[in-house]
Design a protein around this ligand. Structure first.
Ligand SMILES: Cc1cc2nc3c(=O)[nH]c(=O)nc-3n(C[C@H](O)[C@H](O)[C@H](O)COP(=O)(O)OP(=O)(O)OC[C@H]3O[C@@H](n4cnc5c(N)ncnc54)[C@H](O)[C@@H]3O)c2cc1C
Length: 326
């Protein structure tokens, strides 16, 4: 409960929200779906800014990629035909897995999930890391100054109480978001760079039950061209764990032949060697649900299966598109 809440602002434009959040005399935070914020026991929060009318609920495509507004709910991401189509539905499946309660998914937003970070325990964060997604954030400031005109010998027209309004915008990679995000920044949208039609993706998770939070999850995105890995992206995440991109494994695989010489089966030995070498320094955190060594061993197994599935899908999509061209 926010016991010291004094102000509730229902804003209609983004600039108004930015100026309220930038205040230093009253601790003001954005309110999205409220599923996390309203349950917090934080007595320092004095004001909330309701974002529902800011027109940040959208999923749209352009040449720069796919734009998902901060107020898009997890359920909208599950249902979106565009996201179901994007790399075999990686994001929409991860949004579904993020909370198995439809009630929560109907309220919880993409922006709220990103701002909550690891505490949200959302599978979505691992999928966003593998898609090289970036978060567009904006901050605002207001400054009042008195301007004196002219010079000492020839005084000019003076102006008192001139207000300067400033705005800054920047993009933060999703994988570094919790480290780089500042409290006065409003999340506007997430941008996912374009992905080719031959990409294959996989999203796998381990939980105590199928609907429980993930002890470990893995997302892989692979492009195989003429039997060679041209793009490999792999991330592991899970409860109380920041998603980690496994760049070491990715580098080991890119440029290598994905298939065995007879070109019918995946080169599993290559995957195993790349995972062993690339995950040598993988040190996941421990908590009461899963120890670090459990996550390390299961993580390698899960990553293998994710890469294998993504490779198969990419090959299959290549075959379908080359048949369509004939
Ligand atoms: C019983 C229960 C169980 C839940 N279980 C899960 C679960 O298993 N998995 C899961 O993923 N989620 C779960 N949640 C939901 C959850 O708490 C989330 O992390 C949720 O996604 C937060 O989104 P929201 O839109 O409700 O954010 P809010 O609660 O409105 O806000 C969360 C935080 O984000 C900030 N914020 C919101 N929007 C912005 C923005 N645009 N820019 C900057 N900051 C912003 C807020 O100020 C606040 O600090 C659960 C919630 C409840 C009540």
């Amino acid at each position: 409960m926010l016991l010291n809440l004094l102000e509730y602002h229902w804003v209609e434009d983004i600039d108004e929200a930015l100026l309220l959040i930038a205040r230093t005399d009253t601790k003001t935070v954005p309110l999205a779906g409220g599923t996390y914020l309203l349950g917090l026991d934080d007595q320092s929060i004095q004001a909330i800014v309701d974002l529902r009318d800011l027109e940040l609920t959208y999923i749209r495509d352009d040449v720069k990629g796919l734009h998902i507004g901060a107020m898009t709910t997890l359920q909208m991401m599950v249902d979106s035909p565009v996201l179901k189509d994007l790399v075999t539905g990686l994001l929409s499946r991860a949004a579904q897995a993020s909370s198995f309660s439809r009630l929560i998914r109907n309220s919880a937003t993409l922006g709220g999930t990103l701002a909550t970070g690891v505490a949200s325990q959302a599978d979505l964060l691992t999928a966003l890391a593998v898609l090289d997604a970036e978060v567009l954030v904006r901050s605002g400031s207001k400054l009042q100054v008195d301007l004196s005109g002219g010079s000492l010998d020839r005084p000019g027209f003076a102006l008192a109480g001139v207000t300067y309004k400033g705005k800054q915008e920047r993009r933060i990679p999703c994988s570094a978001f919790s480290l780089e995000h500042r409290p006065n920044e409003l999340i506007i949208e997430v941008v996912i760079p374009p992905t080719g039609s031959s990409y294959g993706a996989s999203f796998l998770r381990i939980g105590r039950t199928p609907t429980d939070i993930a002890l470990l999850n893995a997302a892989a995105l692979v492009e195989v061209t003429d039997g060679v890995y041209t793009q490999v992206r792999l991330a592991l995440g899970g409860v109380n764990m920041e998603p980690m991109r496994l760049h070491g494994v990715e580098k080991q695989l890119e440029g290598q032949h994905a298939m065995n010489p007879e070109n019918t089966t995946i080169n599993a030995q290559l995957l195993v060697s790349a995972l062993q070498a690339g995950m040598a320094n993988f040190q996941p955190p421990s908590d009461f649900r899963a120890s670090s060594s459990y996550r390390r061993i299961s993580g390698m197994n899960l990553a293998f299966r994710a890469l294998e599935e993504a490779t198969n899908i990419s090959r299959w999509r290549n075959m379908v598109s080359s048949k369509e061209r004939q």
